[in-house]
Design a binder for this molecule. Structure first.
Ligand SMILES: C[S@@+](CC[C@H](N)C(=O)[O-])C[C@H]1O[C@@H](n2cnc3c(N)ncnc32)[C@H](O)[C@@H]1O
Length: 201
């Protein structure tokens, strides 16, 4: 976890909540509809204000919403009083048991980790996923030379390197794409992976 990033989310949670409420991540919802295993347990890692958690619940998933920022979680609890929220953080996800989720969504979060935390985050995202479960990971790039925007860290993550880490951690790539968001001059990368059974010895 990058403490500076989390303190920005804590301090600005109310304002960020106003911005995020009106964004609809249409592409992520399409990927969920195509790849997630319907009706099963789902972790929303870095859930922010819980907008996607609420949508996933409406689609019939049993959702656990996880975020490192208490400020963002407070906003999320106000918006979704009946949902289940946990304060926990990447890269370790210490409070999450092995193989506990059939579906794992981690949208717009991992670029907030330092380079040297990405491999550990991948290991733990795969660890909490059940065999044959599906992970959807989405992250964006940055145009900032020092990789900070308003104090928040935006590490540059290379698609090939990330896929290689996920493959080594025991998953198979089902889908990858890079989307260009013209109005913000930003690239978004979305990948979908399936957790494989352990190799027989
Ligand atoms: C850009 S928001 C994305 C929120 C939501 N997933 C979405 O797509 O709208 C990033 C969220 O990730 C959380 N976050 C950042 N670093 C994290 C970490 N290391 N572990 C867990 N959550 C983290 C932040 O607190 C924030 O709520």
């Amino acid at each position: 976890m990058d403490p500076q990033t989390i303190s920005v989310y804590d301090r600005s949670a109310e304002q960020i909540a106003e911005q995020h409420k009106v964004l609809v991540p249409t592409r992520i919802y399409q990927l969920v509809n195509k790849f997630f295993i319907k009706g099963e347990a789902c972790a929303d890692i870095g859930c922010g204000i819980g907008r996607d958690s609420a949508w996933l619940s409406k689609q019939g998933y049993a959702v656990v919403s996880i975020d490192a920022s208490e400020g963002m979680l407070q906003q999320a609890r106000q918006l979704n009083p009946n949902a289940y929220f946990i304060q926990d953080s990447l890269p370790l996800l210490k409070k999450q048991a092995d193989s506990s989720f059939t579906n794992v969504l981690c949208s717009a979060v991992i670029m907030h980790l330092a380079d040297d935390q990405i491999a550990c985050a991948v290991t733990n995202l795969v660890r909490i996923t059940a065999v044959d479960g599906v992970l959807i990971i989405s992250f964006r790039g940055t145009n900032s030379k020092d990789h900070r925007e308003n104090g928040k860290l935006y590490s540059v993550i290379k698609l090939d390197k990330l896929v290689s880490l996920f493959t080594q951690a025991g998953t198979r790539l089902l889908h990858s794409e890079i989307d260009y968001q013209g109005d913000r001059d930003l690239e978004w990368t979305n990948i979908v992976l399936k957790k494989l059974p352990p190799l027989a010895v």
